[in-house]
Design a protein around this ligand. Sequence first.
Ligand SMILES: Nc1ncnc2c1ncn2[C@@H]1O[C@H](COP(=O)(O)OP(=O)(O)OP(=O)(O)O)[C@@H](O)[C@H]1O
Length: 242
Amino acid sequence: MIKVDKLRRTFGPIVAVDSISFEVEQGEVLGFLGPNGAGKSTAMKMLACFLEPDSGTAQINGYDIVKDPVNVRKSLGYLAESAPAYGEMTVAGFLRFICDARQIKGADRKKALERIVPMCSIESVYHQTIETLSKGYKRRVGLAQTLIHDPKVLILDEPTDGLDPNQKHEVRQLISKMAKDKCIIVSTHILEEVEAVCSRTIIIANGQIRTDTTPKELKKEHNGSLDEAFRMITLNKVKSDN
Ligand SMILES: Nc1ncnc2c1ncn2[C@@H]1O[C@H](COP(=O)(O)OP(=O)(O)OP(=O)(O)O)[C@@H](O)[C@H]1O
């Protein structure tokens, strides 16, 4: 469902994403791990057609991100790192706006909203303006926006950022519940999140893929500690670069 082929992006002299290739199948939740500035968000933005690659490409649900971005956007839900939402809109107004943009109308709209509002636990803030919401609720509204058209592919950039432990747990459960029918990439700094929701993990550092394995294997190879695995895999290379 996701096939990434030598995707590369630079910003002036900075190589943010350095020719990465990987595939993700339906039913997989791929954890995208890496230190600050590793290139995770840049890679996700390219997959979601928010940023053009310098070279390379990717197929999402069979559509090419360079040649067919409209169909790519229809096939996927993308939660950006700091989900952009219009502060002055109410949650209800914002979700109606997203439905308009995605051409979800009439009975389908009613069904979509009845599904998504309880799913993301935003009933209590539904008529509140977005600028007055706490960080956690803003994140949940972002998640509702991402899921409203029930896309096959989900690209979630730090979906639990800003949530309290209960909300983190809820969102992880939600991701696990959806996983069977979808193809999901989740970026995170939280190693326990990788264990909780990911069937596979890619560690990226300096724009390159350092490892592509299961969280279980990764732990096994590093004395039962994902923390150590992360440090060894990311810091080692930084040391040898310097
Ligand atoms: N618009 C931009 N202009 C210039 N440099 C950028 C831009 N976006 C990203 N970069 C640079 O590209 C590199 C990768 O950034 P990116 O945001 O993809 O990393 P990340 O792994 O998502 O980091 P974090 O975990 O901190 O969110 C960094 O060196 C960053 O400064």
